[in-house]
Design a protein around this ligand. Structure first.
Ligand SMILES: Nc1ncnc2c1ncn2[C@@H]1O[C@H](COP(=O)(O)OP(=O)(O)O)[C@@H](O)[C@H]1O
Ligand SMILES: [Mg+2]
Length: 307
């Protein structure tokens, strides 16, 4: 299936001479939730802004459902809804008016039933006549989503939708995004919250310093890079790891009371059974054990720190 968004060899050099994006290649499949994960300044907003036609690419080619974003700007843009990172405090009369106005910008005929549905889905219906300025931050964010959905886009970009919002609101936002996906909308969200990518995304792209350093299915990513640690508590202090156990690359804690064994979750040979046997042979007793899996956070930190 051809991708709904295709970005090839995209670079962006700002007027200042700063290279914010370096040769980005990215395809987004129809119907997926794609999380673009990266620290502040990585180039997330720049990338989204270019796809949405707000900033110009310096090099490269982008198409939205086959429409080139430059040559066929209107067709490309009409397929996209954007919820920007910065919330605008437009001085519109009411939620209803501002959302209807957004639809009009795309030259779509009036469709009160659609606007009503969007507002209801976002629990904004009873606020349809309220002044935007009286809305809470979370409400404003939802109004921005309603605006972005007013013209029935097939692709929705959410630039850091939950930055600075409280946990409850964040969960509410995740539900909205899932419901949109269920209705067939393709979602691209940016975040610097690893847990958000881990929770929401079908696929994750990690961007750092203007370069995409990894794109992977979330589950593959977790599996491929996810190492497990087996932690063994010892009832008595161990001074050194016996040479017979060298092959396991065990790590002994400073106090001599904990052994750590790292193993891969791939395949069916973890080495745990033989380790436990060899420990017994070496006369090392165990009082407790525990396993932990490295999270996306560990993976992210190690990628971004890598030279
Ligand atoms: N208009 C601009 N002119 C010059 N540099 C910019 C401009 N906008 C963003 N940048 C720089 O480009 C880099 C990427 O910014 P941005 O895309 O906003 O990152 P992110 O959204 O990942 O935090 C940053 O170093 C930022 O300072
Ligand atoms: Mg940004």
């Amino acid at each position: 299936m051809s991708p709904i968004i295709s970005v090839s060899n995209l670079s962006k050099i700002y007027g200042s001479g700063f290279k914010a994006l370096n040769n980005i290649n990215l395809d987004i499949a129809k119907g997926e939730i794609f999380a673009l994960l990266g620290p502040n300044g990585a180039g997330k907003t720049t990338l989204i802004s270019i796809i949405c036609g707000i900033a110009n690419p310096t090099h490269g080619k982008i198409s939205v459902n086959g429409h080139d974003i430059i040559k066929d700007y209107r067709a490309a843009r009409s397929m996209i809804g954007l919820v920007p990172q910065e919330l605008h405090t437009d001085a519109f009369e009411s939620v209803w008016a501002t959302v209807s106005f957004s639809r009009g910008l795309f030259g779509k005929p009036k469709n009160p039933a659609h606007i009503e549905k969007v507002l209801k889905d976002l629990s904004l219906w009873d606020k349809k006549d309220s002044k935007i300025v009286t809305l809470s931050g979370g409400m404003k964010r939802r109004v921005m989503i309603a605006k972005a959905l007013s013209h029935e886009p097939q692709v929705l970009f959410l630039d850091e939708p939950t930055a600075g919002v409280d946990v409850e609101l964040r969960k509410g936002m995740w539900e909205v995004v899932r419901a949109l996906q269920a209705s067939g909308v393709t979602i691209i969200l940016t975040t610097h919250y690893i847990e958000e990518a881990e929770e929401m995304a079908d696929r994750i792209g990690v961007i750092n310093k203007g370069e995409i350093i990894l794109i992977e299915n979330k589950s593959t990513l977790m599996q491929k890079l996810g190492k497990k640690h087996l932690t063994l508590q010892l009832p008595s202090k161990l001074d050194a790891i016996p040479p017979d156990l060298a092959a396991y690359n065990l790590e002994l804690s400073g106090d001599g009371r904990t052994l750590i064994y790292d193993y891969d979750t791939k395949g069916d040979r973890t080495g745990i059974t033989s380790l436990l046997n060899d420990l017994r042979t070496a006369g090392i007793r165990i009082s407790d054990l525990d396993t932990t899996q490295s999270s996306l956070e560990d993976i992210f930190v190690s990628l971004v720190r890598a030279p």
